[in-house]
Design a protein. Sequence first.
Length: 202
Amino acid sequence: MTEKVSLTSGSIALNVEERAGVARTLAPVTAGVPFPEGALVDGANVRLIDENGGEQSLQTEALGRWRDGSIKWLLVDFQTDVKANANRTWALQFGGDVQPVAPPERIEIAQGEEVVVVDTGTLRFEVPRQGRRLIRSISRLESGAWQSVSREGARCRIWTPQLIVGKVRLHQDLEYFTEVRDAQVLTTGPLHAVILVEGTHR
């Protein structure tokens, strides 16, 4: 069996712009990157380099492929710091001999019959597959031990404009309770995971 490798190498500029006027720390970034036919076969053969030459850990997923099997669209996830109203430019390098750095921490997901447990390394929470709680419990890692933050789960609370009397704006406080019918893990990875929760708020 012949292993397919990328025949070309190169670099694609990824620009991150902060427009809300808020400094960001480890802000998640997701981008879809197109590749020409034959340029990239394996999404593992890419790495992300910052303006100073430092490498940033990332997660990739091939979303579409050309007829020859090479990647047409690559989904890229990473985290970055960026100052308010500032820009940062990253170089996405690719090639057959390119190997990315491993993330220092990774999201771990354990799937049980009744619950999905998500562990980020500093935060752990349980998503029930059925029931009246969107999140069943939340714990935080402190001094090497997991400490409970919430055992009551999470509820949805919505504030809606009600009326304005003079210069005073009054709001209507509406509290919604969750009815989860099913929870399924759609995507797993070291930096980005997706859990689809189906149900209702009432």
